[in-house]
Design a protein around this ligand. Sequence first.
Ligand code: 8Y7
Length: 284
Amino acid sequence: MPLIMGILNATPDSFSGDGLFADDAIFEGRGPYLDGVVARAATLVAEGADLLDVGGESTRPGAVPVSDDVELARVIPVIAALAARFDVPISVDTSSPVVMREAATAGAALINDVRALRRPGAMEAAAATRLPVCLMHMQGDPGTMQAYPHYGDVVAEVRDFLAGRVAACGAAGMAPELLLVDPGFGFGKTLAHNLALLRALSDIAPPGVPVVAGLSRKRMVGEITGRPVASRIHGSVALALLAARQGAAVVRVHDVAATADALKILAAVEHGSIAPGPFDESIQ
Ligand code: 8Y7
């Protein structure tokens, strides 16, 4: 079964509605702010998160990039606090070389870059940390990516892009076993593109490279179910299960408890494995 990456947004404008803070003035890495993040992280870990992904730059459609200083102020205190308190690896969702280096020093265990190390200096910075890196496909940039997503053959193009980034990382001296790839659901893709990529997920990565899938609460769930962000949990869990069936190594989700239950069901059906846990005999 895939590992569950729980999403911990440290952005005021996160699209999925769980951005923990309304105002950058309180992003000072102390007091109630940090207590709130730690409490949310503790919940995600208790619910079954195997990793926590901390991001300080919203990449939702139309989002504007933030400065390194803002991103650092948002994520570094959070990463330091979480790395000190929890056993699960902390992932930093960033494209910034400065943030990569500082996050590694603060205790991050994984770099999750939606731009696949294409920012100037990002490849060198990531290589210097010696941390694992998730390389994600995106067409365009968050500001404009949903304006006109276009592909000849979306599966072939995403596959070629990911193979190219894996090769570029190898050429930069990064160990192949440190790399993961992600087709980037919703990042410059229509519903039809997303569905084609999900159907092809088991064949999207270079041989042996693990796949990360982020489908949670995304627009495609809304397009299929007709539901707003706050009501996309069921559709999101269904997509996480389908990604698991296609061999995803990591699913990136907001709703950890629900996803964990669904994956336990899938594991029991597929492998007969039943995780020991409390069972209430009164439950029929
Ligand atoms: C993804 C992601 C986002 C994803 C990976 C959202 C940071 C938008 N989506 N990282 N990040 N994969 N690896 O819906 O699909 O959470 S942000």
